[in-house]
Design a protein around this ligand. Structure first.
Ligand code: SAM
Length: 225
């Protein structure tokens, strides 16, 4: 595993000055977007699986190779653990897993979140491990919490855990959930073997790793303050 990954370099050293304005706008307006055909097909596979064997859901959004999906399936034996990533190349590097409570979807996370909500489904745990940081300040709206689909993510509810090697990203995500009324906790990721390949690479390169965790009660997503 390589140990020469560069730390995130950004023209932002603090939460973005427009964070509150952007998140508030997304939380107070209704966002709808037609799901792309390949995402509808991936979602149908998920529905077939749930119809055959209904289980509560764990999402591993932006799962990359899905190494974390396999580990999380062992951690949550009474759940269906669903890894979602748009890259077939990354998903193709998934380790052979014996866990039968795990599945991978090649899809855009945002469309799958929206389709789950349209079906009236929610999740018990939602992992967001090392999403692309989009470190340039002008790319705020490409970050998970800066995108309109952030409202969908919150409405899916559950115990949310986001990890990143860029502390500002984790703090921004935490501030954004607080705007919706949910306090959480920012802390260092505990030492140990990497849950994902990116986590292991960053650890080997000596990066600080940060996590934000919160519990979102889905009926109460709104704005405080
Ligand atoms: C930095 S990698 C992290 C992968 C994995 N979680 C890990 O830690 O090893 C970010 C991943 O997000 C995926 N991705 C980016 N935007 C996406 C989207 N809108 N929907 C699904 N996957 C996406 C990329 O294909 C990539 O695999």
């Amino acid at each position: 595993m390589q140990a020469n990954s560069r730390k995130v370099s950004s023209n932002q050293s603090h939460p973005h000055p427009r964070l509150t304005e952007v998140v508030r706008r997304h939380l107070t307006t209704t966002f709808r977007k037609p799901a792309a055909p390949h995402n509808l097909a991936a979602f149908s596979r998920l529905m077939e699986r749930l119809d055959a064997a209904p289980l509560p859901l764990v999402l591993d959004s932006f799962c990359g190779t899905g190494h974390s999906t396999a580990t999380l399936a062992q951690r949550h034996p009474g759940h269906l653990v669903v890894g979602i990533d748009k890259s077939s190349e990354r998903l193709g590097k998934h380790p052979a897993s014996s866990a039968d409570n795990c599945m991978l979807l090649q899809a855009d996370c945002e469309d799958i979140w929206q389709l789950l909500l349209q079906e009236g489904l929610t999740v018990d745990y939602h992992y967001l491990l090392y999403p692309n940081p989009w470190p340039k300040a002008r790319h705020l709206q490409r970050r998970i919490h800066g995108h309109a689909s952030f409202a969908w993510l919150l409405r899916l509810g559950g115990h949310i855990e986001l990890r990143s090697n860029w502390q500002v990203y984790v703090e921004e995500f935490g501030l954004s959930t607080q705007l919706a009324g949910y306090r959480g906790r920012v802390a260092r990721v505990p030492e140990g073997p990497g849950l994902t390949l990116f986590e292991q690479k960053y650890r080997n390169s000596g990066h600080e790793l940060w996590a934000f965790t919160t519990n979102v009660c889905r009926d109460e997503v709104g704005i405080i303050g």
